[in-house]
Design a protein around this ligand. Structure first.
Ligand code: PLP
Length: 403
């Protein structure tokens, strides 16, 4: 019989003994969630502006997600890719019918979706008579995942260190700097990979001119433009796909995080010739696209597209930006507010972690990325009243830190 654990303290004690220590965690165990609130094992309630790092787009326990999960539990969870399954097909359909893409391929996470993009780019080049093209040109300060392939694509040494030798075939250019991209382009480049907004790198949006410039370069050279929309896709920017917020179409995107509302799913969507590159035997994964995860993702995307959630993300995202801007006058440590849609960063002139800790004491969950950037990625269903509550608590936390 498993002995149940009854408090945060009991859970942390067992965790310290048995759970691998590769994450620094806030000392609570999340017991349940509801809308944009979560509760810990001791019954404390928190306003959640982390949203599972942009995963809980529909908040917690959304009825559409709960219904999909219940239905799946009573039918079939997994059947493997020897067979078709309806939710996987319907999900591909809704994603394509609401975008420029014509095919969807499933994965289990953001990193694995990006692995598929990298393989796609290399095989596409070979299929088109360019075996010499195998390099992925990505951006400095980017984040694409922690597998050996995606950490090589990630333009940050701190992610790569300890894991040398780093896989061959990756190089980096300055984000938002077309001249540097042109300098880095060599005959071996098969694709350019970019995040429309660098999330982990400190909430840095690309300019439309930069993305359009990349599009033009890729068209001239016949190479692929790949967007990593793992953090910024699925409604985060107020559009279903992040590229739609910029009006620049890539050849393929990766997605994950909010796609599954918490079940582990990733995917890529492709168009044109890129939709015929990964032929049988070249790519696949046991779980990818199984009925469990695709039925939840289908309910998620259906709610985003047809449930008014994108409109809310736009409206409340603008409101959140205004309110964050308003904090500047009392807090000289705030340098800049930047972001897009429902992902905002408040850039400080010093370490952001004391503010995160202080917010936690006030039952507000936020997060700090790139050392000095407070990141806000709340559920897309957040209301203006909830933004007001968050701002009041953040204001107090910043004051107490003398920021
Ligand atoms: N790409 C981007 C832009 C991300 O933000 C992340 C995760 O934060 C990843 C890829 C990796 O996704 P996962 O953690 O699901 O492997």
């Amino acid at each position: 019989m498993i002995k149940k654990l009854n408090s945060n303290a009991e859970i942390i004690e067992v965790a310290e003994k048995y759970l691998y220590g590769n994450h620094v965690r806030i000392p609570i165990s999340i017991e349940k969630g509801e809308g944009i609130y979560v509760y810990d094992k001791d019954g404390n309630k928190y306003l959640d502006f982390v949203g599972g790092i942009a995963v809980n787009g529909l908040g917690h326990n959304h009825p559409a997600v709960v219904a999909a999960l219940k239905e799946r539990a009573e039918t079939v969870l997994h059947c493997c890719n020897y067979f078709y399954n309806e939710p996987a097909v319907l999900l591909a359909q809704i994603l394509c019918e609401n975008s420029c893409f014509d095919k969807v391929l499933y994965a289990n996470s953001g990193a694995e979706a990006n692995e598929a993009l990298i393989k796609l780019a290399r095989k596409y080049a070979k299929d088109h008579g360019h075996p010499e093209r195998y390099t992925i040109l990505s951006m400095k300060n980017s984040f694409h995942g922690r597998t050996l392939g995606t950490l090589a694509a990630t333009g940050q040494y701190k992610i790569q260190q300890y894991f040398e030798p780093i896989a061959e075939g990756f190089k980096y250019a300055e984000f938002n700097n077309l001249d540097d991209v042109k300098t880095q382009l060599s005959d071996d480049v098969a694709a350019i990979l970019v995040e429309p907004v660098q999330g982990e790198g400190g909430v840095l949006p690309a300019t439309k001119e930069f993305l359009q410039g990349l599009r033009d370069i890729c068209d001239e050279r016949g190479i692929l433009l790949l967007f990593d929309e793992v953090q910024t896709g699925c409604g985060r920017l107020g559009t279903l796909f992040a590229y739609q917020s910029f009006g620049v179409e890539p050849d393929a995107v990766s997605m994950a995080k909010a796609l599954g509302s918490g079940v582990p799913i990733g995917a890529i969507a492709t168009k044109g010739d890129a939709s015929h590159t990964l032929t049988p035997g070249t790519h696949g994964s046991t779980y990818a696209g199984n009925p469990l995860v695709t039925s939840v993702a289908l309910a998620t995307i259906d709610t985003l597209v047809n449930g008014g959630v994108l409109d809310n993300a736009n409206e409340v995202g603008n409101y959140l930006k205004e309110k964050l801007e308003g904090l500047k006058k009392n807090h000289p440590s705030i340098q800049v507010v930047r972001g897009k849609g429902m992902i905002w960063g408040l850039v400080l002139d010093k370490d952001g972690h004391p503010v995160v800790d202080n917010c936690f004491k006030k039952n507000l969950l936020i997060n700090c990325t790139a050392g000095t950037v407070l990141r806000f990625v709340p559920p897309l269903i957040t209301t203006k009243e909830e933004v007001d509550k968050m701002i009041a608590l953040l204001d107090e936390a910043l004051s107490e830190c003398n920021y």
